[in-house]
Ligand binder design. Structure first.
Ligand SMILES: *Cc1c(COP(=O)(O)O)cnc(C)c1O
Length: 404
C-alpha cells in the first residue's frame, strides 16, 4: 500500500500555494513533478563530478562517464533491452522519433507506406510527414472510433507489403487510451514492417518490456516520469540501429575523421553526437530508481482509483462530456462542458490553484475528429489524491456557474 502522505512529502512543489490556494497539480500528462531525490542528484552532479564524458583520462571525466553508463544500464534493465548499446540517450521523445524518421529517409522510396495512428501527438505525425515528403512515400492513418480506440480491423486492412514502418503511441496523451501495441507489433512484423512505439505517456504508469513487446523502436522522455527535462531515450533493436544512418554528425559519434571520409562510432555513440545532457542522463537513472521504489503495482492501483473516482464525480456535472472512453485507459480525463470554451474553465480553476491543461494537447487531429476546439484535461499521478479531485470538481462547478 502506498503511504500517500509520505509519497507527497517527496515532492517539495506539492506543498506550495498558487494564487493563494494549495496547488492541485493535474497536468502530469504535460510533465510530472520531481521528487527531492532527483532535484538533489542534479545539484550533486554539478557539485561533485562535473566533467565531460568519454573524453578525458582524468578522474572527474572517469567518474562522470561511469555514472552516465551506469544510468544507461539501469534504463536497459528497466525496459529489459537485450544490450546496453540499444539504449540511446536523446533530448526527449521528439528527438527520438526524428532520429528514426530521418534514418528511414535512406530506406523509403515512392510507393512505400508509413502508417501512423489517428491518436498521435504532433511529434509522432510531423516527422513522418516530412519523411514522406522527402522520399515520396505515402502516409496512411489508422482510424479510431468514438471511444477513442483504434480500429484494429482497419489496421489489418491498411497493412500490406508496401508498409515499411508503423508508428503508434503506447498510451494517448489526449485521451488516455492504452493501445493494443503487442497485437500491432506482431501484425506489422507479419508484413515485414518495422514499428515504433511512442512510450512518452506509458513510462509514467508502467514498466515496458521491449523484448516481450518485440517492438523495433521505443521512445520516451524523462520529464514525464519524475526525471529532468532535456533527456529521453531511444531504444532500438541492435540490427535496426546498425542499419540506420546517424541522425546528427559531430563529436563523439565518429571512429575516424579525415576530409575524405568519416567512419562512425559503434553503438550507442553513433547516435549520440556532441556533448549530451550529462546531468540529465545520470539523473534519469535516479528517477527510474525512485519510481521502482514506489513500485509500478502501487502506482497503477492508485492511479486507477483516481481515474474511476474523477470520472464518476465529473459525470455528475450537468452538460459535462468526457472524451476518450476506451476500455483500457490510464489516468487521464479529457472533458468539456456544453456551451463553455475549455480555456475559460482552465483560467478560472487556475485562480483556485488547480493546474489542468486546456487546448488541443498537441493532437489537433483528435480534436478535429470530435469537432471541438480542445478539451480540459486532468491527468493524475500516483501522488495525487481524491481530496484534490473534490477540489477540482467543486472548482469546475463554480466555473460553470460563473460562465453560464
Ligand atoms: C509528451 C509527448 C510527446 C513529446 O514529448 P517531448 O518530451 O515533448 O519530446 C510525444 N508523444 C506523446 C504521446 C507525448 O505525450
Amino acid at each position: 500500500m502506498l503511504d500517500i502522505n509520505k509519497v507527497r512529502a517527496d515532492f517539495p512543489i506539492l506543498s506550495r500555494t498558487v494564487n493563494g490556494k494549495p496547488l492541485v497539480y493535474f497536468d502530469n500528462g504535460a510533465t510530472s513533478q520531481k521528487p527531492q531525490i532527483v532535484i538533489d542528484a542534479i545539484a550533486k552532479y554539478y557539485q561533485e563530478i562535473n566533467a565531460n564524458i568519454h573524453r578525458g583520462v582524468h578522474t572527474l571525466s572517469q567518474l562522470a562517464t561511469d555514472a552516465y553508463e551506469i544510468s544507461r544500464s539501469k534504463i536497459q534493465n528497466h525496459i529489459n533491452a537485450k544490450f546496453a548499446h540499444e539504449v540511446i540517450f536523446t533530448s526527449g521523445t521528439t528527438h527520438g522519433i526524428n532520429a528514426v524518421a530521418n534514418g528511414f529517409a535512406s530506406i523509403l522510396k515512392p510507393g512505400d507506406e508509413v502508417l501512423v495512428s489517428a491518436l498521435e501527438h504532433h511529434s509522432n505525425i510531423v516527422p513522418w510527414q516530412m519523411l514522406c515528403e522527402k522520399t515520396g512515400a505515402t502516409l496512411k492513418v489508422i482510424p479510431m472510433d468514438d471511444n477513442g480506440e483504434l480500429i484494429m480491423e482497419e489496421y489489418d486492412k491498411l497493412l500490406s507489403n508496401n508498409t515499411k514502418i508503423v508508428t503508434v503511441n503506447h498510451i494517448s496523451n489526449a485521451l488516455g487510451t492504452v493501445n493494443p501495441v503487442k497485437y500491432m507489433i506482431d501484425k506489422a512484423h507479419e508484413f515485414g514492417a518495422a514499428i515504433l512505439i511512442d512510450g512518452a505517456q506509458a513510462v509514467p504508469h508502467l514498466k515496458p518490456d521491449v523484448q516481450a513487446l518485440d517492438c523495433d523502436f521505443y521512445v520516451f522522455s524523462g520529464h514525464k516520469m519524475c526525471g529532468p527535462t532535456g533527456v529521453g531515450i531511444l531504444y532500438g533493436k541492435e540490427a535496426w540501429l546498425n542499419k540506420l544512418p546517424p541522425y546528427q554528425g559531430g563529436g563523439e559519434m565518429i571512429k575516424e575523421v579525415t576530409f575524405e571520409k568519416t567512419t562512425y562510432a559503434d553503438l550507442p555513440h553513433k547516435f549520440e553526437a556532441g556533448t549530451p545532457d550529462i546531468a540529465g542522463g545520470i539523473v534519469l537513472g535516479t528517477a527510474v530508481d525512485y519510481m521502482n521504489s514506489i513500485g509500478f503495482d502501487n502506482i497503477q492501483k492508485q492511479e486507477l482509483e483516481l481515474l474511476e473516482y474523477a470520472t464518476k464525480q465529473l459525470l455528475e456535472i450537468e452538460g459535462l462530456k468526457i472524451y476518450g472512453t476506451a476500455k483500457e485507459k490510464t489516468s487521464v480525463v479529457s472533458f468539456n462542458i456544453e456551451g463553455i470554451h475549455p480555456y475559460d474553465i482552465g483560467t478560472i480553476v487556475d485562480k483556485l490553484g488547480i493546474a489542468v491543461r486546456t487546448g488541443h494537447h498537441c493532437a489537433q487531429p483528435i480534436m478535429n475528429f470530435f469537432n471541438i476546439p480542445g478539451t480540459i484535461r486532468a491527468s493524475f499521478s500516483f501522488y495525487n489524491t481524491k481530496e484534490e479531485i473534490d477540489v477540482m470538481v467543486e472548482a469546475v462547478k463554480k466555473a460553470q456557474m460563473m460562465l453560464s
